[in-house]
Unconditional design. Sequence first.
Lengths: 739, 153, 284
Amino acid sequence: MIGESVPMLDSVARVTGAVDYMINLRLPNMLFGKIVRSQAPHAKLLKVDHTNALQVPGVVAILTGEDLGANAFYGVAVKDQGVVAVDRVRYVGEPIAAIAAESLSAAEEAALLIDIEYDELTAVFDSQAAIQAGAPALHEKSPNNIFKHAKLRHGDLDAAFAAADEIFEDTFTSPVAQQASLEPHVSAAQWDGEHLTLWTASQAPFMVRKTLSEILGIAPEAVRVIVPPLGGGYGGKGHIRIEPLVAAMARKTKGRPVKFVLSRAEEFVTVTKHAASITLKTGVKRDGTFTARQVTIYWNGGAYADASPMLVPAGMVRSVGPYRIPAVSVDSYGIYTNLPPAGAYRGAMSSQTTWAYESQMDIIAHKMGWDPLEFRMKNLFVSGEHFATGEELHDVHFVECLEASAKGLGASPSPLTPPPGGEGKRGRGYGVMMKSTVATSKSQARLKLMVDGTVMLYTSTVEMGQGGHTTMAQITAETLGVPLSAIKVIGPDTAITPFDSTTSASRSTSMMGNAVIAACGSMKKKLFELGAPLLETPPDQLRTENGFIVADETSISFGDILKRNNLNELDEAGEYSTSLGLDPETGQGVATPHWHQGAGAAEVEVDPETGRITILRYSAAAFAGRVVNPRMAQLQNDGNVIFGLGPTLMEEILFDGGQPTNPNLADYAIPSIRDIPNELISICIESDKGEMHGIGEMTLPSVAPAIANAIEDAIGVRIKDLPITAEKILQALREKAEK
Amino acid sequence: MILNVNGSKHEVEAGMRTLLEVLRDDLGLVGTKEGCGVGMCGACTVLVDGKPISGCLTLAQQVAGNEILTVEGLEKDGKLHPIQQAFIDEGAFQCAYCTPGFILATAALLNENPSPGEDEIREYLSGNLCRCGSYQNIIKAVKTASEKARQDV
Amino acid sequence: MIKFLEPTDFSEATSLLDQYAEEAKVIAGGTSVVMMLQQKLIAPSVLISLGRVSNFDFIRHEKDGLHIGALTKLRDLELSEVVKKFCPALAHTFSVVANIRVRNQATIGGNLSAADYAADPPAMLTALDARAQVQGPNEKREIPLSEFFLGFYTTALEPNEILTEVIIPALPSSARAAYHKYTSISAEGRPCVAVGAFADFDPDGKCLDLRIAVGAAVETPQRLMEAEAMAHGHALTDELIAAIAEQYAQALDPLTDVRGSAWYRREMIRVFVKRALQEVRDDR
C-alpha cells in the first residue's frame, strides 16, 4: 500500500466536477458578502459613512471599524492588522467595510455608496526605501518599519573573510508575485448564539480557530472551522486571510450565514509572495572551498506583519545554501511597506533565497575558472556534517539529487529545430535547494473502527490536490493492515478532527503521517489485546492483514472482534510533534526536524535576436525518502517545476502608486501547457528505510537559478532580477556587446 | 428562455447573467467554475454544439436553442466517460479545479481529431491553465483516451 | 434590466442601433462585450445581439477576392480550406488568436470592430489590403482597413454602423504572405509585436509589390509606404530586408505595456519585419 500509485480517493468526484469546493457552498438563508477596499495606499480614515449604502434594497448589514471592539486587531504573531481598517489604511485594497446582502448585485450597489474620506499620508513601496530615515512609519511599534530582524551568527566572519582568496558580493532580487490558485479565497460564517461555524478555503483550520477565538472573545471550542478540498493553496491560503472579516460580518446578520467569494482582482491585494533583495558576500579559496558567507535580506512584508514574523527567520536559515561554509552570518529583515501583506508561498522564502545562492555559485565558478557542477559537488553537505545553525545534518542527499538531475539532462543536448532567424545558443545550468520545514508543530490523528470493518480516519490535514488524504489513507492501510477501501478520511472539521498545526511547508506526510502511524499502533495494540483470547494466541504472536487479526491457523475480522466484545466502535488517537528552535540572537540550535532537498538541471536555448528562451529539457530530482504514492510524488515534482517557471520567467505584480496594474490572468501570466519544457524529467530519490516526508516544494526553488545559469552558459549574460524576461536578456546582451 | 443542457430542456430566467452563472446557480451544475473571468484559464469551459467556449464570457441568452454539454453530462448510466476514466488512470489532476474544463476540451478535441499528436494536443489545450502543473499527465491521459477510443471501435 | 434584442438582419440591427444610440452596445460573439459588462467598463441599457442575423456567416472565394461575412467565427476561418488555399498565412493568423474557446465564439466583424491594439487579424488584413463593408441605417459603404483603425479601441465606424463583410482582394499566384506573432512572456499571451507581410514577385524574383503591417506595438496597425517602396523592382536581399526593417524600427513609435517596453518593441519590430520578409522571400 505504501509505495503504490493508487488514484486519489475521490478521483471520481474530481473528474465529474463533483468535489465540494467552497465556491459551491450554499446554506439556507444565505447572504452574499462584498468587501469595500481602500483606494489609497496610506491614509488616515476621516470618514466611513454607510448611511446611504444601508438604504439599498436587499442590504442586510454593513461592517465597519466602528463595530470592532478592543480586539479589532489580529495577526498570528504581531496583532497589527484590523479586521477591517479602523482609523488608518496602509495599502490599496485594504478592507475598510464589508456588506452582507440578499444578492451580490445589491451588495455591489451598496459598496459604491459607502462614503469614504481619506487624509492621504506619504506612502513607501520599496523595502530598502522604507527603512531609510524620513520614510513614513507604517506602525508606531516599528518606527523604522523593521518588524522583524532574524540573526544568524556562526564562526568568526571577519577572520574567515580575511582568509579568503577572493570575495564576491552580489545582490539578487525577486519581485512581488501571487500564489494565483485557480480557486480564489472563499469563506462563509454563521453564528448560533455565541457559537460560530466558519467554512473556509484555508490551509490552517486550527490557526484560524485560534485567531477567531481571540478576536471574537469566545472559547476556541465555540468556533467550528470546516475546510473542504481546496482548489489549490500554494501557501496563499495559509495562516489567516479573510476569515476574521467574514466572522465579524456574520455577527451582524442575526444568525444568517454570509459567504464571501473574492474576485481574481481581489486576490492580488489579499496575499502575495514577498519581494526580496538579497545580498550575498561570499569568500572562497583558490582550492575551491568556501571560507565565509554573509547574507543580508530585505523582505518586503507589505503593510502588515501577517505570517512574516515566522517566515523571516525561516528565510534566514533557508538563505545559506547546502554548502560547507565555516563562517556564516545572516541578517534577515522583515519590513513594512504600503503594499498588500505578503504571506507564505510555495517554497516559501527558499524560492527567493535559492535564486540568490545558486546564481552566485555560477558567478563564482565562472570567475574562478571552475566547472559549476564540480564546484557544487565538492562543497555540498553530506550526512553527519554540521550546518550554520550548529545542528547535525542527517539523511541528507544533496549530492545524489544533483547527480540525478545532471544525469537526467543526458550526455548531449536534445535535438531541436533552431529558432527562426538564426542559431539559438544552448547552455546548461544547475540549482540545488536546502529548505527547512516547520521547527515546532504538532499533528494529531484519530482512528475509529466500526463494527462493519470501516475505519474512519479523522485528520485536519487539508486536501489541496497534493493527495494528503490519500497519503494518510495509504499509511493507515499499510500500518493498520486494512484494505484501502475500508478507510474513510474525514476532515478538517475542528469540531471532530483533532489538532494539526497547518498543511504547509511540506510537513504533512511526515508530521501527520507519524501521528497516523502512532494512532494505528495504538489501535493494533488494542485489537491484539481484544483478539488474543478469541484466537487463543498471545498478543505478541498476532499480526494484522487486510482487516483481519491473524494467528497461525486462525483469523478474525476487526469487525468481529468488536462484536464479540460487545463494542460498537473502537477509538484510538495518535500524536506527533517536534519542538525545535534557534537562539534568537545567534540562530544557533536546531532549525528543522529534517531538511528538504531538491535539485534541478536545465538545458535552454536562447534566441539571441529576441532574448526569448526555450527550455529544451529540465531534470528535477527531489530526495523523497520513503515514497507513499509514487505517482502523486511525480505530480508534485512536475508541478513544482511548472509552477516554478512562473516566477522565473513571467510573474510579477506591477504597481502604480500601490495599485496593482495587472491583477488578472491575461496581464499576469501563469505557465500554460505550451510554456513547459520540451522534456521534463522528474526523479524521486527514494530510500525504503528513510523517513516518509513531504515533497510539495522540493524542486521549485532550483528552477530560477538553474535557468539563469543555463542562460549564462549559453550567451554569457547574468540576470540577477526576476523574472527573467526576453527583454532583460536582450538588454543584457546589448550591454555586453557595448563593453 | 429555454436552455438545452446535457440532453434536457430547462426553463430559466436568465436576465443578463452569463451561461456560467445560470448553469451554477439555477441548474446546480457546479462542475463548471470561474477561475479568471477573462477567458484565459478554461475553468469555465462548456461545450456548445460540441465546441468549447468560455461560460464566463457568454450570456445565457446567446445560447438558447444550442446543445450545451457540461462535465456532468459526460457520464452515461452511472458509467464514467472514457476520457474521465483516462484522467483517473493517468493521474491527470491534483486539486482538480481545472479538470472539468480539460476533460470537456479533450472531448471536443477527440471528436474533431481522433488521434492527435502531442503538438496538436498542446495546441488545442493551450487555453486551459493548470496551476498545480499536471500538464504532463494530462497529455498522457488524452493519448490514452484516444488510443482506447480507437481500440474500442 | 438590460434589454437583449435579437434582430434577424443588419437593417433591423442598424436601425435599432440608430434608435438607441449611446444606450446600446452591439454584441456578436460576446468575448469582448461580456468581459466589459462583467468588469463594469460599459453599462448599456440595450444589447443588440447579432446572434440571430442570418446569412453573414460565409467564406466565399470569388473572382475579385475572398469575401468573409462579418459573423464568421475565427475558428471557422482558421479551419477553412478555402482560406488556407487563398492565403495560408491568413488561416495561420486566425489560428493564433487567443485560445480555442475565444476562436469558437469570436467573429471577424467583432474582432475588427473592437480595434484592440493587441489583436492579430488587423495587422494581417491590413497587409492584405482588405476592405470593410459597413452598413448604417440608410446606406452601405466600404472602408479600406488602412483607414478603419483610428486609435485604441476606436474605428471609423459611425455610432450607428455595423461591419457586415470583409473583402480581401484576389492575390496574384506569384504573391506570398506571412504572419508573425511574437509573444514575449507566455506562449498564451497577447502579442508583443505582430507583423503581417505580403509580397508579389516577378519570375526573376524581383519584388513587384510589398506591404508590411506592424501590429500590437502601436495603437493601430502601421504600414510605411516609403519603406515598402524600397523593395519595388528589387530582389529581397538580406541587406534590403535589413534596411526595410530598420526603417520600420526607426519610424514607428512603439508603446510600453506588460509585454515589453517601447525600447524592446522597437528591437522586436526590426527582428520580426526581417523574419516576415525572409519568409515571403524564401517560401516560394
